[in-house]
Design a protein around this ligand. Sequence first.
Ligand SMILES: [Zn+2]
Length: 118
Amino acid sequence: MNAHRCPNDHLTYPGHARCPDCGEPQDDTVSLADRTAEIVTWTTSTATPPGVRQPNHLAIVEFDVDGQPVRALGQLTTDDVDIGDTVTPVHVDELRDPDAGIREPESQNWDGYRFEPA
Ligand SMILES: [Zn+2]
């Protein structure tokens, strides 16, 4: 998972073609995969779209990249967490069930990251 950076050092996750802050192209990336983040808030969704696990634990987490905060929304591996806990991204092959979608499974990327207590 990569945050994207513009020439003016603004960071976002996910990335955008142009920086939401200043409009410059975001042509640099910073890997977040080996960093830790802090849980800003989290919730559990019990009514999820087809193919998404139920219940689904979701969190907004904040990475500190050289003093600059970068927030990301993602799934948690567990509901045994509190606001302020430190988590680390873990790669999973399937964030959703490829067989439950309306799209051709081969046309999509199913892998991604969940956040696990560090
Ligand atoms: Zn910018």
